[in-house]
Design a binder for this molecule. Structure first.
Ligand code: UD1
Length: 417
């Protein structure tokens, strides 16, 4: 199993390009299931989660052709096996995103229930409830969701909580339903908007994406299109934190601050200077960061996917920060590992109280989930001596060539096989 060896203490500097967004690409690739015509994608990140999704779509009969460096053509014309097995869904929960498109286009889907994961229970009841409201007959048998509908019907759906993939699944399903669907309490995440834009370019009639009420007028058919995946705001935020903790000065290219308001605000509160350009962000860090408290919540509030990275920067900041996690019940798995590097963190329910220390010291730590792993990398970059991060397959799921990008910014990072 690969490990990452970091020799900490070097201030990051220079420029590096960000990749396409994983959490936009995953639903958008599933949108190809909604049409028999080829759909072209660009700015697709090279990540294990994307390879898993392509394998899943390929198993279903979707034609997959790579195009250039970061391009891809998916052809749903040969769709013949509307099944997502337990093996696939267990590897990647986002596999559930095939459910809505499959039922909408072919009238049937068998998708394994994802079950729990490292950060919490994460049920998919809202996805199921929404499809039932659209007239699908849904049975859960032997761990699989089996959904059928001759044609979905438009419905008014109000989800019990804000769910990102739930909103995406139902929005995709509604594109081919008969009549109008209204999704209330919809997720407003930029990735939902990127998916809506792709669907619209495929002929879907969607309005309100980016607000909490999305209206979809069903159409009979969608067609092929070309879509560029938006930049990854979480990757961008992660590199900003890496630069901030090391006292660095970096310029991140091919990205945008447009979806990073709360993250940029918090970094400025921590004492960083941020310059926003059209397709780039520059961060200049102070000698020592100030502690910043935060509370995670659905977009446009502070993203849960940046919580662990901010925990890391608070570990060495001046002062005490309270970090409150409100989305997932078990998303503090990085705390014990950060403490192995010398951090002072106390957990009280869903609050973590982080008392900044002067220095961290390198140690062997274990990655437990994707963003927890990112927090360990960030901490390792400032820790004195060597930090060895085990189980970095989590990182490879969501960060493209992380050691190469960090090395470009001057970090001493090496993959150990
Ligand atoms: C997506 C992101 C993930 C991010 C999360 C929250 C993708 C591929 N993943 O995950 O990176 O951390 O949003 O921003 O985009 N819930 C239910 N029932 C449901 C659906 C959700 O109870 O049917 C709960 C979840 O357990 C969680 C909360 O709602 O507590 C939000 O989850 P959700 O927004 O659905 O997360 P994902 O879409 O899985």
């Amino acid at each position: 199993m690969d490990k990452l060896l970091i020799d900490g203490g070097k201030a990051l500097s220079g420029e590096v390009a960000m990749s396409g967004a994983k959490n936009a690409a995953l639903p958008i690739l599933c949108a190809s299931l909604l049409t028999a015509e080829p759909v072209h994608f660009t700015n697709v990140p090279h990540l294990n989660d994307i390879s898993t999704m392509l394998r899943l779509l390929g198993d279903m009969g979707v034609g997959v052709t790579m195009e250039g460096v970061d391009g891809l053509v998916l052809n749903g014309g040969g769709l013949n096996n509307p099944v997502a097995s337990y093996e696939m869904v267990k590897t990647m929960r986002a596999s559930i995103l095939v459910l809505g498109p499959l039922v909408a286009r072919g009238g049937e889907a068998r998708v394994s229930l994802p079950g729990g994961c490292a950060i919490g229970a994460r049920p998919v009841d809202q996805h199921i409830k929404g499809l039932q409201a659209m007239g699908a007959e849904v049975k859960v048998e032997q761990g699989y969701v089996h959904a059928k509908a001759s044609r979905l019907k438009g419905a008014r759906i109000c989800t019990d909580m804000v769910t990102v993939t739930g909103t995406e699944n139902l929005m995709m399903a509604a594109c081919l339903a008969e009549g109008e669907t209204i999704i209330e309490n919809a997720a407003r995440e930029p990735e939902v908007v990127d998916l809506a834009n792709c669907l619209i370019s495929m002929g879907a009639r969607i309005s309100g994406a980016g607000t909490d009420v999305i209206r979809i007028q069903g159409v009979d058919k969608l067609h092929g299109a070309t879509h560029a995946i938006m930049p990854d705001r979480i990757e961008t935020g992660t590199y900003l934190c890496a630069a901030a903790i090391t006292g660095g000065d970096v310029r991140l290219l091919k990205t945008s601050a447009a979806y990073l308001d709360t993250v940029v605000d918090k970094l400025m509160d921590a004492g960083c200077e941020i310059t926003v350009e059209r397709d780039a962000i520059r961060l200049q860090a102070p000698k020592r960061l100030k502690a910043v408290s935060l509370r995670t919540a659905p977009y446009p509030a502070f993203p849960t996917d940046m919580q662990a990275q901010f925990m890391a920067i608070n570990c060495v900041a001046d002062g005490v920060a309270t970090i409150r996690e409100t989305i997932f019940e078990n998303r503090f798995m990085h705390v014990n590992e950060l403490m192995r590097l010398g951090a002072n963190i106390q957990i009280e329910g869903n609050n973590a109280i982080v008392r900044g220390v002067e220095r961290l010291e390198g140690a062997t730590v274990m990655a437990t989930d994707l963003r927890a792993s990112a927090s360990l990398v960030i901490a390792g970059l400032v820790a004195e001596g060597e930090t060895l991060i085990d189980r970095i397959y989590h990182l490879d799921r969501g960060y493209e060539r992380i050691e190469e990008k960090l090395a470009r910014l001057g970090a001493s990072v090496r993959r150990v096989r």
